[in-house]
Each structure stands twice: as C-alpha cells, then as structure tokens.
Design a protein around this ligand. Structure first.
Ligand SMILES: Cc1ncc(C[n+]2csc(CCOP(=O)(O)OP(=O)(O)O)c2C)c(N)n1
Length: 272
C-alpha cells in the first residue's frame, strides 16, 4: 500500500473534507449522528482511498472488496466517502434524511456502494461473515471489511459471529472497531465495560491489531498487516467521539444530535 508523505497528506485532507461534509449534511437534515461519524472518518477514508479494491463506476463489480457499515447510524460518514469516491454526485449529500432521498437516515441498498442495510446494531459481523463464506465457496479472493461501534459489540450476536468466523477460518474478513469509548447513554466503561477487549477477541480466535484510529500511517500499516494475517484480524482503533470539532469531542450529547446553524458554522471553521 503506498504510504509516501504525499499520499498521507492527501488522505488527511480527504478525511477533513469528509468531516466537513458530515457536519453540513447533518446540520442541513436537522438530525443524525455526528459523534460516531466523525470518530471513524480517518479509518474509512483510508480504507476507501488506499486499501479497498473497488470501482465507483461499477458498484456491482463481482470481484470488488466489500465494506459493510455495521453501525449504520454513522451513515453520513459512509455517504460522504462514497460521494468523494464518485459513487454518486456530491450535491446529493444535502438531501440526507429527506423523504424519497437516495440517502436515508440508515443505510439502504438503493444507495450505490451500499452492500446491505444496517442500523439495527449487532448484525453487521454476521452479514460480513456471510459475505466472507460466499467468497470462499466461490473461490474468489476479494476481502470483506466491517466497521463496528464499541457500544454495538455489547450485543451477543457479535460474539456468535466472531466464534463462527474463527471456526470457518475466515482469513478474508477484517473487523474494524471504532473504540471511541462512548455509546448512546454515556461511557462504554460505565454502561457495560468491554475490557479486557483485546483478550476477548483473542480468546475467540482472532488476531488483534491495536492502533490510534486518527493516525493515518498507523491506519495504513494496520490494513497492510491485516491483509497478511492468517486467521481473521480485528483492528481495535482508539478514537475520539466527535473528532475534529472541539465542542463535539467526547460530548455524549453529540452522539445523536445535529449541530445548530451557528454550531455548524463554528465546526466548519475548525475544519477549514
Ligand atoms: C439493536 C439496536 N438497539 C439500539 C439501537 C439504538 N442506538 C443507535 S446508536 C446506539 C449506540 C451505539 O453506540 P456505539 O456502537 O458505540 O456507536 P458510536 O459511538 O460509534 O456512534 C444505539 C443504542 C439500535 N440502532 N439498534
């Protein structure tokens, strides 16, 4: 994977543009989830612009790598990245959550680039596992990536899928965990502590890569390592909820609240 200083800079600028889009889309819609969209912006920007084998002009290309957003409420991030890649025009972004829009409040397969609907938390690793098994049955070498939230993985369904993936030796599957430390009601450690988290994944037969989820070179090298690992990898990425907008960072209220017009203007200034 190319990781020259120029490429790193380019990815960082793209992530910033994606963050600006997230703020504008949610402000325009008047509802949505900024916190977890902003926390995963670096992880997903790097994935789409430096890792995934895909063709925005041909979203159904059979050999494409698959990405699934299990924490579907963070779809403003996904839509912003898909638009930046060219899956659809950027002017669609401001139609987020409007009746009849291509960009619904939770992902839907009508949107080019969306593989499966999501929003009901806990299902995405099972969906990705199904894609992984399909690739193996078809002797295809595409890879499957799935992004989960830390609150989300408190769901038991995730651990059934984790156990099954190890059983079926799904080397083509890579889980990414946006470990921002917050969920809808507060800190994950207060609501339902996940630690020792890396040990939990290891005990389910996964290889764990722990990174700073806002450090572009670290993210790139994690994806490179993940591709080489035998036995499915999970990338545990430490992130900051609301990253990039000072008054949203680690503020639980911005889990699912839109910025006001004034707040959006302030946020966009910070992201210039
Ligand atoms: C099955 C299910 N239960 C509850 C919800 C409501 N809900 C939406 S987001 C959320 C919190 C998710 O927290 P986390 O996975 O940490 O997401 P992030 O912090 O990355 O936004 C909840 C409970 C849901 N979407 N699905």
């Amino acid at each position: 994977m190319p990781s020259s200083p120029d490429k790193i800079k380019e990815l960082e600028l793209k992530a910033k543009a994606v963050r600006r889009d997230i703020v504008q889309m949610i402000a325009q819609a008047g509802s949505g989830h900024p916190g977890g969209s902003l926390s995963a912006a670096d992880l997903i920007t790097v994935l789409y612009f430096a890792v995934l084998k895909h063709d925005p002009r041909n979203p159904q290309w059979p050999d494409r790598d698959r990405f699934h957003l299990s924490k579907g409420h963070c779809c403003p991030l996904w839509y912003a990245v898909l638009a930046e890649c060219g899956y659809f025009s950027k002017d669609k972004l401001l139609t987020l959550r409007q009746f009849g829009s291509l960009l619904q409040g939770h992902p839907d397969r009508r949107t080019p680039g969306v593989e499966a609907a999501s929003g009901s938390l806990g299902q995405g690793l099972s969906i990705a596992l199904g894609m992984s098994l399909a690739a193996k049955i078809d002797h295809k070498d595409y890879r499957i990536y799935v992004l989960m939230g830390d609150g989300e993985i408190q769901e038991g369904n995730i651990w059934e899928a984790a156990m099954a993936a190890a059983h079926y030796k799904c080397d083509n599957l890579c889980a990414i965990l946006d470990y921002n430390g917050f969920q809808i009601d507060g800190k994950t450690e207060d609501v339902m502590n996940l630690e020792p988290l890396a040990d939990k994944w290891r005990s389910f037969g996964w290889q764990v890569i722990e990174i700073n989820g806002h450090d572009t070179p670290e993210i790139l090298s994690a994806y490179t390592r993940a591709q080489k690992i035998k036995g499915q990898p999970t990338i545990i990425a430490r992130t900051i909820k609301g990253k990039g907008v000072s008054f949203m960072e680690n503020v639980v209220d911005f889990h699912g609240r839109a910025p006001t017009k004034e707040e959006a203007e302030k946020a966009l200034k910070e992201l210039e």
